[in-house]
Design a protein around this ligand. Structure first.
Ligand SMILES: [Zn+2]
Length: 177
């Protein structure tokens, strides 16, 4: 059955007639929903609340995933062991952002990027590492000059009483020393 519009008799409706003739109902449901982090990410988030960065290790290749994964994507086996990983690393990528995480325009730009954590188990390849995407508390000028890349950083935690088992329990990564 492959009719073109010409073969189907009828008169097209104007959009105003949609309401008067057919009686279109318009509804805006007040949908409230929540996102379940699942057992693996939940444990990671609870670790942050305690000031720990937890990864999960593959029993076959030894890679430690941060953020943790339930399965190793290289070996296709379940990860088994939880490991606390160092809170230090190097800036792998960085950009200057004029938009906050809550999508508001910022007067003063901030730096966000990926920090390659000092996590063992990875082969020495440029694209393979455990890391986190986060705010980086450095002068945006360092991104422009290229000095930011490779800089050693560590976690700056929010005060313990303000932590909520969220990735934002990490205030930012800041330069070491
Ligand atoms: Zn593996």
């Amino acid at each position: 059955m492959n009719h073109s519009m010409k073969e189907v008799p009828g008169i097209g409706l104007k959009s105003s007639e949609m309401y008067s003739l057919i009686g279109l109902l318009e509804d805006r449901p007040k949908a409230r929903y929540d996102f379940s982090a699942g057992p693996t990410v939940s444990k990671f988030l609870l670790g942050l609340k305690e000031g720990k960065i937890l990864g999960k290790k593959c029993p076959r290749c030894g890679r430690i995933f941060v953020p943790p994964r339930s399965y190793c994507e290289w070996c296709h086996v379940a990860t088994s062991e939880w490991v606390e990983v160092p809170q230090t690393g190097i800036i792998h990528t960085a950009v200057v952002s004029y938009i906050s995480a809550k999508r508001q325009r910022l007067e003063k730009p901030e730096v966000v990027g990926i920090v390659r954590l000092d996590v063992p188990g990875y082969k020495d390849k440029e694209y393979e590492f455990a890391g986190l995407f986060h705010r980086i508390c450095i002068d945006p000028k360092l991104v422009v000059t290229g000095e930011a890349i490779g800089m050693r950083v560590k976690v700056r935690w929010k005060p313990k009483e303000e932590r909520k088992a969220s990735i934002l329990d990490i205030e930012c990564f800041e330069p070491i020393g």
